[in-house]
Design a protein. Structure first.
Length: 248
């Protein structure tokens, strides 16, 4: 990528807005809240900070964020659905500012959740962070997928294979595709200046998914719980920078 320092600086700004939007979401998460309230908060916060919610109208998507509860893997559409004690919910936001995107998601626990749900959420976050830790110029994309898959499967969970991370910048989704499973030493090599997401979706049951009739909402075929975390990162020669890290 030419002049990746400018790209990093722009993505750092949009990523920070996205991360802070999720910090605000964390403040309102409790039983009784509706997913459309989360959507409204994300839209207003991102708009108030001079950015645009990139999911809104993207390929016809009707809302400003994705709210994926329990067995919804990703792309859940905010609605009048009320969250209840014991639910888990992933909120996925992307801020577009000055032509650059920052994309991030977190899975939140609503009240007291089951031990299985808590372990799933913890393992998903750990898998993402373990993968980010190895990213630097010259590693294989297969190393990223292998790191995630090995950690997740050791805990008895499965990695969704129908969706992946992606390059991001002036476009919402670009090359490369970043698989969350794979073998070490395979695939393309990561290069300095690349910006992409790592966003593993992890299921309590098997990895199979299906998309509902709305054309967006992806769910686990076996109706087991699913969790996800996502960061946007930029590759440097000896490590990477997380652009969507919460400052809290």
């Amino acid at each position: 990528m030419n002049n990746f320092k400018e790209a990093f600086e722009k993505t750092r700004i949009s990523g920070n807005i996205a991360a802070r939007a999720l910090d605000e979401v964390a403040r309102i998460m409790k039983p009784g809240i509706k997913t459309e309230e989360i959507d409204n908060l994300c839209y207003e916060f991102i708009n108030d900070h001079g950015a645009y919610s990139a999911p809104l109208f993207y390929r016809g998507y009707p809302k400003s964020c994705c709210t994926s509860t329990n067995h919804i893997v990703c792309h859940g559409i905010p609605s009048n659905k009320v969250l209840k004690e014991g639910d888990i919910i992933n909120v996925d936001v992307t801020a577009l500012k000055d032509g650059w995107h920052g994309d991030t998601s977190r899975t939140f626990e609503i009240g007291e959740v089951s031990v299985k749900a808590k372990n799933l959420v913890k393992t998903t976050y750990e898998a993402m962070m373990k993968a980010i830790k190895i990213v630097r110029d010259g590693v294989y994309f297969g190393d990223i997928g292998s790191t995630i898959q090995n950690h997740v499967e050791a805990q008895g969970f499965s990695v969704v294979q129908d969706f992946c991370g992606h390059g991001i910048g002036k476009s919402f989704h670009e090359e490369p595709n970043v698989l969350h499973y794979g073998e070490k030493g395979t695939g393309e090599k990561v290069k300095t200046g690349m910006i992409f997401t790592i966003e593993p979706m992890i299921n309590l049951g098997n990895h199979e998914t299906k998309t509902l009739n709305d054309g967006w909402t992806a769910v686990t075929k076996d109706k087991s719980l699913s969790a996800q975390f996502e960061h946007t990162i930029g590759v440097t020669s000896d490590s990477c920078e997380i652009f969507t890290l919460s400052k809290k």
